[in-house]
Design a protein around this ligand. Structure first.
Ligand SMILES: Nc1ncnc2c1ncn2[C@@H]1O[C@H](COP(=O)(O)OP(=O)(O)OP(=O)(O)O)[C@@H](O)[C@H]1O
Length: 369
């Protein structure tokens, strides 16, 4: 294999390495799916995405993700790419109800109901909103859980689905340890703090989940969207794993996302990853409802602010991306403590609750408009 020395191409390759090919379980570069990658002096990048185990819908989603990843690289002015997918199954033999590349029953549920076709899922749910972050550990799950509680307090019927397969935190954040029950072949979500709550952590043994590859992850996400009895909801928040991977692709493929909210700290490293997330959602025509800055500052006893991760970075990045800036959540030791104790701070009196309430009102309004 020829050695790549063009720095722009090397950066694009690195970006493409963050996208997984669910069929092979390897990243697009390692899977050899990227062919003819080239860039000219003006930063115009082109490549062909060659997939052998994906159907048209899956390859379209992967193509969009690959274009978004390449397009988010510094120095890239445009991306031109096409997919040449070979059908994994012929149209006659392909089952229309399970997307190609997705494992049909990763939880091994007994009496597993039929996975419905995309478009028929979550019929009682008005808006499905993904909560995403480019980087891990920025407080995405904490924000999602508290936002759900704050949204419920505004009178909306709210559900939260913790789809962070490799690090589910909702059981801890809501203090719910018991597995959910089944009713008429559907999983019944827990109810806590006025919110219907479901976590992949209740269904999957964490030690096994770390070894899950793309098809299992995609199947799990599909099942969580279709096999949970959400009933009638105004908003379903989906807490996704950090980065842009199989979970995001499954959600995009389901065509049920009404929008995405992106959480970031003001730190430049987190913002760079956040831009990639924004690019993915935009390229797949998922509206970015806005950006939330978490851990924005630490309030000192004298009332001054310490900007531990830098000042105002997420607001500036949101402006540059022309995405709505929804607001900032400071660093509150009580927020961490309440999360560890399984009692979301948004359910109590605290300045953080006011911040979550403001965010909830903005998000509620953006989906009502
Ligand atoms: N504003 C905040 N103030 C204080 N602590 C916070 C704040 N936001 C999050 N935390 C704490 O930071 C840690 C990481 O938060 P969290 O698990 O929500 O991040 P995440 O982005 O969802 O992580 P992952 O990458 O594992 O999905 C937790 O201990 C949480 O309690």
């Amino acid at each position: 294999m020829a050695t790549v020395t063009n720095p722009l191409i090397m950066r694009v390759r690195a970006a493409l390495e963050t996208i997984n090919d669910p069929a092979s379980g390897r990243n697009l570069i390692a899977a050899g799916a990227i062919r003819g990658l080239a860039a000219d002096d003006d930063g115009r990048v082109r490549f062909t995405l060659e997939l052998s185990g994906a159907d048209r819908q899956a390859s379209e989603a992967l193509l969009e993700a690959a274009k978004a990843a390449a397009g988010s690289v510094d120095g890239v002015s445009s991306v031109s790419a096409v997919a040449t997918a070979h059908q994994a199954q012929s149209p006659q033999t392909q089952k229309p109800t399970t997307p190609a590349g997705a494992h049909a029953n990763p939880f091994g549920l007994k009496g597993k109901p039929k996975i419905e076709a995309a478009g028929e899922t979550l019929t009682g749910v008005k808006s499905v909103i993904a909560v995403a972050s480019g980087k891990g550990g920025v407080g995405k799950s904490t924000v999602a859980a508290n936002l759900a509680v704050a949204l419920a307090a505004t009178g909306k019927r709210v559900g939260i689905l913790d789809a962070d397969i490799y690090g589910p935190s909702l059981p801890t954040l809501f203090g719910l340890k018991d597995k959910p029950t089944m009713r008429e072949g559907k999983i019944v979500p827990h109810e806590a703090y006025g919110v219907k709550a479901m976590s992949i952590g209740w269904l999957v043994d964490q030690e096994k989940a770390v070894a899950w590859r793309g098809p299992m992850v995609m199947g799990a996400v599909r099942q969580l969207m279709t096999d949970v009895d959400w009933g009638e909801l105004d908003i379903l928040l989906i807490d996704t794993p950090p980065g842009t991977g199989d979970t995001h692709l499954s959600l995009i493929q389901s065509k049920r996302l009404s929008g995405a909210v992106i959480v970031s700290t003001p730190q430049e490293m987190a913002l760079a990853d956040m831009r990639r997330g924004v690019a993915l959602f935009r390229q797949t025509k998922t509206p970015v409802l806005g950006i939330i800055e978490n851990m924005a500052w630490l309030e000192m006893p004298d009332g001054s602010r310490q900007y531990i991760f830098g000042e105002g970075g997420a607001r500036k990045a949101a402006n540059a991306l022309e995405a709505p800036f929804l607001g900032s959540i400071p660093l509150y030791p009580e927020l961490r403590q309440a999360s560890d104790e399984g009692m979301p701070l948004a359910a109590r009196e605290h300045p953080a609750s006011d911040s979550f309430k403001e965010l909830a009102e903005k998000i509620g309004k953006s989906i009502d408009d």
